[in-house]
Design a protein around this ligand. Structure first.
Ligand SMILES: [Zn+2]
Length: 298
């Protein structure tokens, strides 16, 4: 080998060696830093274990991890089997971290340090960057409902070809509310569903003209979903998705899934898009949706 080539190789090695060292250090130290930062935030009160596709962080002494991992496995398997293709869900390659917090305070302390969204009124959050979901274990709430809700957000957030999709609030929350009503414990998992008592509540308000009309719901921005009408908007969105996926017939279901695909593409969704996909004006959609609520209300 000519001297010049050898000297060039030495020069290159001198430049690349520190870079390689720095990369190796980042590779080994960054996960350690993340773990230490997490330990500092959580104190010694939490433990974590990897079970199948999930890493479960739970309060020390709690023994929910195995049951939660099994139910999340059943939920994601059913979701992928029935809607994986229709919703363009990416294959589940990376392990999802699920954090279960003992108290609302621990949840807010942890979430507040990591994400900017306001979680003071939330029972859970999802973070596509760290591929994780988190909930507070509240005594009056079934944790699976919130976990299925946040998992739906998380999986839909990664389904876009380019970055985080700009879902309309009604669609994002409607899908999450629809799938939070899944039951996976028994032999026959039931994926998604309509909350029948919500249906009765919305119907009663609609009779007095006090519900949120679909035109306003579908056109509503984040402000509407954080307003005083927020909980009604969540309930109505879930019931509208339930109607379009399970109650409006096959052509409407297929048209709705094509509409979801359109929303997934980059950029906002122009007004009138849902009507044109369903080939149904809002007045007719509203009437048929209320008739569906009448059928399912107890
Ligand atoms: Zn949500």
């Amino acid at each position: 080998m000519p001297l010049r080539t050898r000297l060039l190789i030495i020069k290159l090695a001198i430049v690349l060696a520190p870079l390689a060292l720095a990369l190796a250090a980042m590779h080994f130290l960054l996960p350690g830093c993340a773990r230490r930062r997490e330990a500092a935030l959580l104190g010694g009160n939490y433990t974590s274990q990897d079970i199948g596709r999930f890493r479960i962080v739970e309060p020390r002494g709690s023994c929910l991890a195995a049951a939660i991992a099994a139910d999340m496995e059943a939920f994601t398997a059913a979701l992928y089997a029935e809607y994986g293709r229709a919703l363009s869900l990416h294959p589940l390659a990376d392990r999802i971290t699920i954090r279960l917090f003992a108290t609302k305070e621990d949840f807010e302390h942890f979430a507040g340090a990591r994400i900017r969204q306001d979680v003071s009124h939330a029972e859970g959050y999802y973070d596509p960057v760290s591929w994780s979901i988190a909930i507070a274990l509240l005594s009056d709430e079934e944790p699976r409902t919130t976990l299925f809700h946040e998992a739906t957000h998380l999986l839909m957030a990664r389904s876009a070809p380019l970055g985080h999709p700009d879902w309309s609030p009604w669609l994002s929350e409607g899908m999450a509310v629809f799938f939070e009503n899944s039951t996976v414990g028994g032999r026959e998992p039931r994926l998604g569903g309509a909350d029948r008592s919500s249906a009765a509540h919305v119907l009663a308000l609609a009779r007095q003209g006090r519900h949120v009309p679909l035109r306003r719901l579908v056109g509503g921005d984040d402000a509407l979903f954080h307003s005083e009408a927020a909980s009604l908007c969540y309930a109505e969105s879930g019931l509208l998705v339930a109607y379009l996926l399970t109650g409006a017939g096959r052509p409407a279901r297929e048209a709705f899934l094509r509409y979801v695909d359109f929303e997934r593409q980059p950029g906002p969704t122009p007004p009138g898009t849902l009507e044109s996909y369903l080939r149904t004006p809002f007045d007719t959609l509203e009437r048929d949706w209320l008739a569906f609520l009448q059928r399912i209300a107890p």
